[in-house]
Write a protein that binds this ligand. Structure first.
Ligand SMILES: NC(=O)c1ccc[n+]([C@@H]2O[C@H](COP(=O)([O-])OP(=O)(O)OC[C@H]3O[C@@H](n4cnc5c(N)ncnc54)[C@H](OP(=O)(O)O)[C@@H]3O)[C@@H](O)[C@H]2O)c1
Length: 295
């Protein structure tokens, strides 16, 4: 299958490209920067969709970049980088002479209202109470295309864990130095997924003709994982103490109050449809996922 991957140069995109190529698929990336084996967003807007059978969008400005202040212009970039790229692809797919068979978007579990107790499946309501939930609603709406020539799948991902980027890469050094620990009380839910499983779900959704609709991209045990569990599992995989909590005022000072919600609160998410679609998780439990990533 020829697969076009928007934002495929990033952390998840590199893992997806490697997996798809290992399964014999042909991958073309869409990037802001031209290069070998790539096309650009501008080319897709002007010339339409290159010939392909599958399309995935992973593009988006990194929300938790600690070097970027959470102000209106950064908020706009976070929104536009997701909605405009998704719009470009949806339009190109709708206008394609030979539409692809599958169109997959990765969004986030920020769609669901953070809560220490409520459990969410793909059917649960959400999407209209804070910046992130509204962003996901608009992002998913931008992906909608008319007709059923193309199967549409949205994967709502949790925190992606992997060696090459994301949360683990950001937190690795403090934990290696024995300075790691929970964020605030550590009791907030920590919806996580191993990057191998997120890209496994994307390949499954591309390849299996019966998969459509929303899939939660979290590990099956993530519904009971807390931030404190994550800190303990990191410490244990690295053979380091992990008792030093990062106080909530420090998180708010670095990320700003609106963005801090992603770290100070969390959602208990169940991958119900993902399991019912017969996806088999390679890393259902946190200790085995972190052992794999860190050793
Ligand atoms: N990582 C996580 O824990 C996590 C959790 C939930 C959801 N997600 C979602 O999953 C997707 C992939 O995540 P990731 O961790 O792989 O992201 P990433 O490494 O930060 O990169 C995604 C790619 O997006 C493109 N991009 C960045 N800023 C952009 C902008 N302003 N305009 C257009 N494109 C831009 C970049 O490609 P070019 O530089 O080549 O243009 C980049 O390689 C994102 O949409 C993210 O929101 C990630």
């Amino acid at each position: 299958m020829r697969v076009l991957v928007g934002g495929g140069t990033g952390f998840v995109g590199r893992a997806l490209t490697q997996l798809l190529r290992s399964r014999g698929h042909d991958v073309t990336l869409i990037s802001r920067h031209p290069g070998k084996g790539r096309t650009t967003w501008d080319e897709v807007s002007r010339l339409g969709l290159p010939p392909c059978e599958g399309v995935v969008n992973l593009a988006g400005e990194n929300v938790l970049n600690p070097l970027r202040r959470w102000n209106e212009s950064f908020r706009q970039e976070v929104v536009a980088s997701r909605i405009e790229t998704t719009n470009t692809l949806a339009k190109a797919i709708a206008g394609a002479e030979r539409p692809p068979s599958a169109w997959i978007l990765v969004t986030g579990v920020g769609y669901y209202r953070p809560s220490p107790t409520t459990e969410y499946t793909e059917e649960s309501p959400g999407g209209d109470f804070d910046f992130f939930s509204r962003l996901v609603t608009r992002w998913e709406a931008a992906a909608k295309i008319p007709g059923d020539a193309t199967r549409q799948v949205v994967v709502r991902s949790g925190v992606v864990l992997g060696r090459e980027g994301g949360a683990v890469a950001q937190m690795l050094w403090p934990f290696r130095l024995g300075l790691g620990g929970p964020i605030a009380s550590g009791r907030q839910p920590f919806p996580w997924i191993h990057v191998a499983d997120l890209v496994g779900i994307l390949a499954h959704a591309l390849e299996r003709e019966d998969v459509r609709g929303i899939l939660n991209g979290v590990a099956p045990s993530a519904v009971t994982t807390t931030n404190g569990d994550f800190a303990r599992a990191m410490g244990s995989a690295l053979h380091r103490p992990a008792f030093l909590p990062l106080p909530s005022f420090a998180v708010s000072a670095i990320f700003g109050p609106e963005r801090s919600v992603m770290l100070l609160e969390g959602q208990r998410v169940v991958p119900k449809q993902t399991l019912e679609s017969n996806y088999r998780f390679a890393f259902p439990d946190l200790p085995s996922a972190l052992q794999n990533i860190l050793t």
